[in-house]
Design a protein around this ligand. Structure first.
Ligand code: UD1
Length: 336
């Protein structure tokens, strides 16, 4: 019988792509999403891509009775927990919302899992837990810190999972530290679709390419990097999605927890990304140099070795693929 996974936040950007990979790997999946940052037609699109009916429950991870009912209705083998808030700037304006959704949301979920005796969970963490790393590529053993309430919630969640795992060896957690997700599914039916003006580079460039935004501001050209602009580790969302399947496979197979980077190990600058996107879209994209963004660091890219060792995970898709699939998605989305 197929193993069954609860996917919280499964209608969102990374969640929806992970749904596709889980379905392909033969898992049965139930999505829980409150649609606070996802389009309702995502589930129809997932049906087209996966060729199967999508089971989606609308609701919030803070709703304990709803979670209890979900765990009573389905016999889950594991949970992949995406549902959380993720905008750094917003987290400084509404810290309590971030603390509640991200930290209490995790605790509520763990409570329901414990009652239902489901002990395997994959958690969406972030390279934000490294702050400005001293060592590049950054290994998982690097010291952790935080610069804003969003980063604080990711750190507290990681530490909380470590405490819980230490208390009872039935628990197994896959803590995945994402670097910078980019790209979209090859069908161009799902992708990143922020409701507001994006804060992150890739969705911002995409909206400049479609003409929805006028020009990109490059935040700082005097960093200590090859071209002076910030360097990050961009990873194709389909690679990231596969990383979740490999993480849940490993948890269910071994019962052992792991904490790994999900990145490519290669850094690209803001200008590299802009040029690659121009190539994909077949046009020049307006941009201007602007002051550094507060809280930004010069360079962050991850050491991918541990993910390869522990999960057999390796990113396969390159920068051109990230930009081309993103462009296919946003240009199609705009015209439908
Ligand atoms: C940001 C967050 C990080 C979070 C991640 C979630 C900050 C300081 N960090 O990472 O905590 O986990 O998003 O996805 O917000 N850039 C521009 N112009 C833009 C937007 C970005 O030049 O309009 C530059 C930035 O200065 C940076 C690079 O592009 O050098 C990537 O920025 P971004 O996509 O926001 O990601 P991070 O800063 O790495």
């Amino acid at each position: 019988m197929a193993q069954k996974i609860l996917l919280t936040g499964g209608a969102g950007f990374i969640g929806s792509h992970t749904y596709v990979e889980l379905a392909k790997a033969g898992y049965e999946v139930v999505i829980l999403d409150n649609f606070s940052n996802a389009q309702r037609d995502v589930t129809d699109r997932l049906e087209v891509i996966s060729g199967q009916d999508v089971t989606c429950v609308e609701g919030d991870v803070l709703n304990a009775p709803l979670l209890d009912k979900l765990f009573a209705d389905h016999k889950f083998d594991a949970v992949i927990h995406f549902a959380a808030l993720k905008a750094v700037g917003e987290s400084t304006e509404k810290p309590l919302d971030y603390l509640t959704t991200n930290i209490s949301g995790l605790y509520t979920l763990l409570g329901a899992m414990k009652k239902a005796e489901v002990f395997s969970l994959v958690f969406s963490s972030s390279a934000t837990v490294y702050g400005q790393p001293d060592q590049l590529p950054v290994p998982e053993t690097a010291p952790r810190s935080f610069n804003n309430p969003y980063g604080y919630t990711k750190l507290v969640c990681e530490q909380s999972l470590e405490q819980v795992a230490a208390s009872d060896d039935r628990w197994a957690f896959g803590i995945l530290r994402y670097f910078n997700p980019a790209g979209a599914h090859d069908t161009a039916l799902i992708g990143e679709d922020p409701n507001d003006i994006p804060n992150n580079l890739m969705p911002y460039i995409a909206k400049v390419a479609t003409g929805e935004l006028e020009k990109l501001s490059v935040f700082g050209d005097d960093y200590d990097t090859p071209d002076g602009t910030g360097v990050r580790d961009y990873i194709h969302v389909m690679d990231l999605a596969r990383g979740h399947v490999q993480s849940v496979d490993a948890l269910l197979r071994t019962g052992n927890s792991h904490t790994v980077n999900l990145g490519t190990g290669t850094g690209y600058s803001v200008i590299d990304m802009l040029r690659a996107y121009e190539k994909a879209a077949g046009k020049d994209l307006p941009h201007q140099m602007a002051p550094r963004r507060a809280g930004d660091v010069a360079s962050v890219y991850g050491d991918p070795d541990l993910a390869r060792e522990v999960l057999g995970f390796q990113a396969e898709r390159d920068l051109d693929d990230m930009c081309q699939s993103s462009w296919n998605w946003v240009s199609r989305r705009k015209n439908t």
